[in-house]
Design a protein around this ligand. Structure first.
Ligand SMILES: Nc1ncnc2c1ncn2[C@@H]1O[C@H](COP(=O)(O)OP(=O)(O)OP(=O)(O)O)[C@@H](O)[C@H]1O
Ligand SMILES: [Mg+2]
Length: 295
């Protein structure tokens, strides 16, 4: 599918009413384009400042300066190995769990640098949740998968109501309401992934990071997850890594294109409204990638 065809299927970057966002002027004549970075300063959930990530002496990503706006879906695209997962994990300090991994620079979350040793990484991960490529429910009941996080966080409200609400929001309730005591592992792959999303939102994160959440799913389950992302983005900041260009075009407001240099170190080539990245990218590297000539 051509970039144009992909983009025609893409939702407008402006399609969602968000009062605090600037209006984007996209001129099809290629003149008088609006600003690339759409986030109003007051509406930024996460800001990465000069972030580099290393594994031992290898610098996997370098000099990342990005903002992620509240209530937007941002897609990270780029060839395999360019550091998308590494960048994503640096946002909620998941890289800390990898021996030898190191993050330089600052990651501001609600204006506070969360990379410092004095900051509780577990709390950061509660507020910035993550959904992985392979659905990974706990070997517990469907109910317990959702209740687990709130319980260890000392949730004092009505747990039954919370579980139901999260399963509703993850568009799974109707399929599981009669079998909440069954194992989460008994569900289909697409259902398991929605269960993992329910589990993630149960601890009330503000940001949800998704690393190729649909790569193990069939097209129908993929569309369900994409619709879900759209709904969740009314409330959450979502950052999704995907190799699926149609998915990036359909599901995201903004797209970040990364690639890697001769030293295999990944960097950001271009950031912009998704429509723009797919129809009139400013960089040749981006154009080659989104049109399938590279990567
Ligand atoms: N735990 C690790 N230890 C050492 N090097 C790593 C580790 N994880 C990733 N890397 C290296 O860092 C670079 C970026 O990897 P990363 O997984 O972030 O890329 P990616 O863009 O997510 O790739 P893909 O699209 O294949 O998932 C690669 O060169 C990879 O080999
Ligand atoms: Mg990856």
């Amino acid at each position: 599918m051509s970039a144009q065809a992909i983009a025609e299927r893409a939702p407008s970057a402006d399609s969602k009413a968000a009062p605090t966002r600037r209006t984007i002027q996209i001129s099809t004549a290629g003149v008088a384009r609006g600003p690339l970075d759409l986030a109003d300063p007051g509406d930024v959930a996460v800001e990465m400042q000069d972030v580099s990530c290393c594994y031992g002496t290898f610098r996997a990503v370098r000099d990342i300066n990005l903002t992620f706006a509240r209530r937007e879906v941002t897609a990270l695209i780029g060839p395999s190995g360019c550091g998308k997962s590494t960048l994503l994990r640096s946002i909620n300090r998941m890289n800390d769990l990898i021996p030898g991994a190191r993050t330089e620079g600052r990651v501001l979350f609600d204006g506070q640098d969360v990379t410092g040793r004095e900051v509780d990484a577990v709390d950061v991960r509660r507020r910035i949740g993550m959904v992985f490529q392979k659905p990974n429910p706990f070997p517990k009941s469907i109910y317990e998968n959702v209740a687990f996080g709130p319980r260890i966080n000392g949730y004092r409200g009505n747990m039954d109501e919370l579980v139901e609400e999260c399963l509703h929001r993850a568009a799974l309730w109707n399929e599981v309401k009669d079998k909440l005591k069954q194992s989460g592992l008994s569900l289909s792959g697409g259902q398991q992934q929605r269960l993992c999303i329910a589990r993630t939102i149960a601890t009330s994160p503000e940001v949800i990071l998704m690393d190729e959440p649909c790569s193990a799913l069939d097209p129908r389950a993929t569309l369900q997850i994409e619709e879900l992302m759209r709904e969740l983005s009314e409330q959450y900041t979502i950052v999704i890594v995907t190799h699926n260009m149609q998915q990036a075009a359909r599901a995201s407001d903004r797209t970040v294109f990364m690639t890697m240099g001769d030293d295999r170190s990944g960097y950001v080539v271009e950031v912009g409204p998704t429509n723009e990245i797919f129809t009139m990218p400013k960089q040749r590297l981006t154009e080659d990638y989104v049109s399938g000539r590279f990567g």
